[in-house]
Design a protein around this ligand. Structure first.
Ligand code: 13P
Ligand code: SF4
Length: 303
């Protein structure tokens, strides 16, 4: 059944000139039919180079919005309109503008997990894989980092030369992991590598052997020889168990399941590729130009 839907998607992609982009958290059957898979940085940058006029983005809304910001001439579709990232709205654009007015010496750095309206009032965007490099490359010392307190804390600790002020947002999925989860995993898998996403709190990252984006975690796990405890969404552990069946990939915590990333199924992708399902992303042109600025800065500063 799944194989048949996948074949249909492959056919429709050709017929309708569609490229499918899938975030690393998507299910294996979606990843298998994607033209590009990866973390949020790879998806936003690589979409620009695609020849197809239509893009179906399997992930959450801010990812589809970012692609539309950079490629306005393309028809960008999010297969399930309800697939959003709760962290993206944890600070209002008005609050950012007020901060900027009161602190003109600060630059505002936004995690890419933000709404288009928020990006429009920020100076630079970062992703989990590019954040350290970008903030290090910024000439400014004073930075407000929004909205993720945990990723911000990780950057602040790694770059003590910067004066980084943090907002108190968070990913509810990664923030739910406890020190007890880490202790249990260490006791059960003493020789495994602990691979963790920087959206995890500092007290959890203290147990990490490797800290990286979703794609970096996948890469490391595929290329090492040890078992790996996976400190990010469960889909990554599930995928690794299929691709590397000779090793163990226990999940750091059973709480690591993102309901929003799990909303999209292979049938939704099929409908979106056929042109009948999903939401077509539309962004007002003035808003698009303002929100594109920090994304362009992200790409420039990550080189
Ligand atoms: P990446 O930038 O690592 O793909 O992370 C996106 C995300 O939402 C992780 O929870
Ligand atoms: Fe957002 Fe967290 Fe889900 Fe990533 S895992 S999409 S940050 S809620």
């Amino acid at each position: 059944m799944i194989r048949e839907i996948q074949d249909q998607i492959l056919e429709l992609k050709q017929k309708n000139d569609v490229a499918v982009l899938a975030h690393s958290y998507q299910s294996p059957e979606i990843l298998e039919v994607a033209d590009i898979t990866g973390d949020s940085f790879a998806l936003s940058v690589k979409a620009q180079e695609l020849p197809q006029k239509n893009i179906v983005l399997c992930g959450v809304r801010f990812m589809a919005d970012t692609i539309k910001l950079l490629s306005p001439e393309k028809r960008v579709v999010l297969p399930v309109a309800e697939a959003t990232c709760p962290m993206a709205e944890q600070i209002s654009p008005e609050r950012v503008l007020k901060f900027k007015q009161e602190n003109p010496e600060f630059k505002v750095v936004a995690y890419i997990n933000t709404t288009t309206e928020l990006k429009a009032v920020c100076d630079v965007c970062v992703t989990s894989s590019s954040a350290l490099k970008i903030v290090r490359n910024m000439p400014e010392k004073n930075i407000l980092f929004i909205p993720d307190y945990n990723l911000g804390s990780y950057i602040k600790k790694s770059l003590p030369e910067k004066n980084i002020v943090l907002w108190n947002g968070m990913c509810p999925v990664h923030a739910a992991v406890t020190v007890g989860d880490c202790k249990r995993a260490k006791a059960a898998y003493p020789n495994a590598k602990f691979l963790m996403h920087p959206e995890l709190p500092q007290e959890i990252l203290a147990y990490a052997d490797v800290i990286g984006s979703t794609a970096a975690i996948l890469d490391y796990a595929k290329n090492c020889v040890e078992d790996c405890v996976i400190g990010t969404e469960k889909s990554i552990a599930d995928y690794l168990r299929i691709t590397c069946p000779d090793r163990k990939f226990p999940l750091l915590s059973k709480r690591l399941m993102c309901p929003n990333m799990r909303l999209t199924n292979i049938m939704d992708v099929c409908k979106a590729v056929s042109g009948e399902g999903g939401e077509v992303i539309e962004i007002d042109e003035d808003l698009r130009l303002s929100a594109k600025f920090p994304i362009d800065e992200m790409i420039r500063l990550s080189k």
